[in-house]
Design a protein around this ligand. Structure first.
Ligand code: PMP
Length: 443
């Protein structure tokens, strides 16, 4: 398999978690929160696939719903002109779930990058339909991750996803990340940092001319950029500024949604109602690729009155795929039945506190971030006082040793990132902590 993988599969990114040029691990089976590879290793999946396997790998209700739908109606699109019963039920379920966030309608896509690009496109349409066609620019945060399509890559704040792909969408501006450990203001107090970024945002908006800005997009907790947890005031500052200038606020809930932060959405966790949300990952827990864009009633209304001659063209072959829709209904019902947000909060605290204890023992740990549900980031440094980022080879050695000791973690530059399934047990979190301890000891 390994030899064939090298010969036939194109994996242009390589295998960043592994030693340079080493072959990929081949994951063969999964059960509960555990993965098994073809070499016979069984490890706890501390990443939840790619931040998506919220219900673990063994949810029978979701598997059954997918299977039943395959026999009923295996495919029919519902992005315009037609729809299907599974899609209607999924839309109803999603809407019920997000009603507390003021979200009234959902447009289904095939994943997170699709959702972000659709949200950006529709934000421009929203302003055009309201007679403000000059509002075309986008604001976002450095360290934010919003997918790899052109729109998402343009608002991305991680330059690893930008370099080599330019020119990207013009008119995208990035504000400093709410990252107390490193920021251009040298501000370590999270609340004061939030105020400084808010001031920088106002400054940028005034500089650009408010009537040219369509939307601001952010993750409530920044995931791939290193699990950056903003101050509780941060998103509220951003909301207030968007309101002041007529800018749409898009909350990218692709990771944070469906309980990962300890609340059902990241925006709700911070007490904010955005105008739009992007979802994916946890909406089907990895069992089927589905994403979506949610909009408030105010946004939906603008499109309702739109000219039916078809100025709004956007959609995907697999928008509201019936099998995906059945997965959404089953997954959200299981998410609520198992109250995964409560377990995410409790186990998230256990993981965060456990890593903080490891930081007392291993001085390569520069910063530990988390404490809001099951998202934890560990920043690794070669010199704690100087905050020198750890080199890539050592990071790969930590990753490999942690895997050998029983846990799959994710590398993000000099960060270790974790987002285990929300159904994880106390004992399984202890396995992750012991494996990390072994991984750090190895270097
Ligand atoms: N937004 C966020 C916040 C994400 O974390 C991701 C994926 N990691 C995406 C968008 C893109 O989703 P996908 O990989 O499903 O296209």
């Amino acid at each position: 398999l390994r030899e064939m993988n090298g010969r036939h599969m194109w994996q242009p990114m390589g295998h960043p978690g592994e030693a340079q040029n080493s072959p990929p691990r081949i994951i063969k089976t999964a059960e509960g929160v555990r993965l098994s590879d073809i070499d016979g290793h069984s490890v706890v999946d501390a990443v939840g696939g790619l931040w998506c396997v919220n219900l673990g790998y063994s949810n029978d209700a979701v598997k059954q719903a997918i299977s039943d739908q395959l026999w009923e109606l295996p495919y029919y699109s519902a992005f315009a002109g037609t729809t299907n019963p599974a899609a209607i039920e999924a839309a109803y379920t999603v809407r019920e779930f997000f009603a507390p966030d003021g979200m009234e309608r959902v447009f289904f896509t095939s994943g997170g990058s699709d959702s972000v690009d659709t949200a950006l496109r529709l934000a421009r349409q929203y302003h055009r339909l309201r007679g403000e066609p000059t509002r075309t620019k986008f604001l976002s945060l450095k360290k934010g991750y919003h997918g790899t399509h052109w729109g998402g890559a343009s608002v991305n704040g991680n330059n690893r996803f930008r370099i080599g792909y330019e020119p990207l969408l013009p008119g995208c501006f990035h504000l400093p990340a709410p990252y107390p450990y490193r920021n251009p203001f040298d501000e370590s107090d999270p609340a004061r940092l939030a105020e400084k970024i808010a001031a920088a945002m106002v400054d940028e908006i005034e500089f650009q001319d408010p009537s040219t800005i369509a939307a601001f997009i952010m993750e409530p907790i920044l995931g791939a950029g290193g699990v950056i947890v903003p101050d509780a005031s941060f998103m509220r500052h951003m909301r207030e500024i968007c309101d002041r200038y007529g800018i749409l606020m898009i909350s990218d809930e692709v990771i944070c949604g469906f309980g990962r932060t300890g609340d059902w959405t990241g925006a709700r966790h911070w007490g904010v109602q955005p105008d739009m949300m992007t979802i994916a990952k946890g909406v089907t827990s990895g069992y089927f690729p589905v994403g979506g864009v949610l909009v408030s009633g105010t946004v939906a209304e603008v499109f309702e009155g739109a000219d039916a001659s078809g100025a709004i063209w956007t959609g995907y072959t697999y928008s509201a795929h019936p099998v995906g829709a059945a997965a959404v209904v089953a997954c959200l019902s299981e998410t609520q039945r198992l109250d995964t947000k409560a377990n995410a909060a409790a186990r998230g605290t256990q993981l965060y506190e456990g890593v903080r204890r490891l930081a007392e023992k291993h001085d390569i740990i520069g910063d530990v971030r988390g404490g809001h549900g099951l998202m934890t980031g560990i920043e690794i440094v070669s010199d704690r006082a100087a905050k020198t980022p750890m080199d890539a080879t050592t990071m790969q050695r930590i990753h490999a040793a942690t895997y050998e000791a029983g846990a799959m973690v994710r590398l993000g530059a000099h960060n270790i990132l974790m987002s285990p399934p929300l159904v994880i047990s106390e004992a399984e979190i202890d396995v992750i902590l012991a494996a990390l301890d072994a991984g750090f000891s190895a270097v």
